[in-house]
Design a protein around this ligand. Structure first.
Ligand SMILES: Nc1ncnc2c1ncn2[C@@H]1O[C@H](COP(=O)(O)OP(=O)(O)OP(=O)(O)O)[C@@H](O)[C@H]1O
Ligand SMILES: [Mg+2]
Length: 287
């Protein structure tokens, strides 16, 4: 594994927003030697991953590298071994409903939206039940509606009639409803038109101001804009961890790890100023 200063204490030379710079403080989520075997198939062989306590951390890799399996393993959705620590608490022995109680919100690859239900009903379904028979956590609708006013305006609209970007607002909004410590979003821009990708980038940037985000993503332009640090998987293992801008500026490493050259204007060009108006065009990792 090549490792360039995972969660380095050295300040990033890039112009990344301070909230997404590598941090000297403890990672929020720390995964070590994560292994997954499904039906006798070894899918993950040793994934190491640190998620910064603020901003966006990216989980990268080519198709089939093991990104979705990694986040499913963190959530307890597939059997796993290894260590998964969230703010010091070991989660690797816990079933999904208890992982969720520790404060991880998960927006899965398929979004998990109920098309036949309204926006309000989709959100209501995400409200967390009472802990151990006690009072339920108060759902944080004010945060969700502050970040995504459109969800309030469209509360009576059927989710199936929303645009892809609006559906991602619902998916991410649900994760913010429960005062989570960490949000995991699995390829939220997959299959979306470039204009909608830009919308989703804004959704993620807004969400990350409130809660740290682990972003599984193949759109390198979006990753470059949002994520201060990253881990790259290859064949079910961590192949690289470090500063996102440094990786994408390294032609050889980007090509070897991600299959796209960093001189590609969408992958390694000068980082545009992070602004909601900055279009995020698609430069996907090659399979
Ligand atoms: N339940 C399963 N049974 C058998 N093989 C599986 C299962 N889940 C995943 N795999 C295999 O494990 C590998 C990793 O899959 P995973 O979905 O984690 O990759 P990924 O990095 O998320 O890919 P993508 O970019 O296409 O979403 C793939 O080869 C996949 O076919
Ligand atoms: Mg996947």
């Amino acid at each position: 594994m090549t490792t360039s200063s995972p969660i380095s204490s050295t300040p990033s030379p890039s112009s990344q927003p301070s909230s997404s710079r590598p941090s000297a403080v403890e990672p929020l989520l720390s995964v070590r030697d994560l292994r997954v075997v499904i039906d006798g198939l070894h899918i993950l062989h040793g994934v190491d991953l640190d998620v910064a306590p603020a901003g966006v951390t990216a989980l990268l890799g080519r198709n089939g590298a093991g990104k979705t399996t990694t986040v499913k393993a963190v959530m307890g959705l597939v059997p796993r071994t290894g260590s998964i620590r969230l703010a010091g608490a070991e989660l690797s022995y816990l079933p999904t409903h208890l992982v969720v109680r520790h404060g991880i919100g998960y927006a899965p690859e398929d979004r998990g939206i109920f098309a036949g239900l309204t926006v309000a009903e989709n959100l209501r379904l995400a409200e967390r039940a009472a802990r151990d028979g006690g009072e339920p956590d108060e759902p944080n609708y004010s945060l969700v509606h502050e970040l995504f006013p459109e969800l309030k305006q469209r509360s009576g609209q059927l989710a199936g009639t929303l645009s892809g970007g609006q559906q991602q607002m619902v998916a991410i909004g649900r994760t913010l409803l429960n005062r989570n410590r960490l949000i995991i979003a699995d390829e939220p821009t997959k299959g979306l038109a470039p204009k909608i990708v830009t919308e989703v980038a804004e959704v993620l940037a807004r969400a990350a101001e409130a809660v740290p985000v682990l972003l599984v993503e193949q759109n390198l332009a979006l990753v470059r804009r949002l994520a201060g640090t990253c881990a790259v998987l290859a064949d079910g293992r961590t192949a690289h961890r470090g500063d996102t801008a440094e990786l994408l500026a390294d032609e050889e490493a980007a090509r070897r790890l991600l299959g796209v050259g960093s001189r590609h204007p969408l992958a390694g060009g000068p980082r545009p100023a992070a602004s909601p108006a900055t279009p995020v065009v698609t430069a996907e990792v090659k399979p």
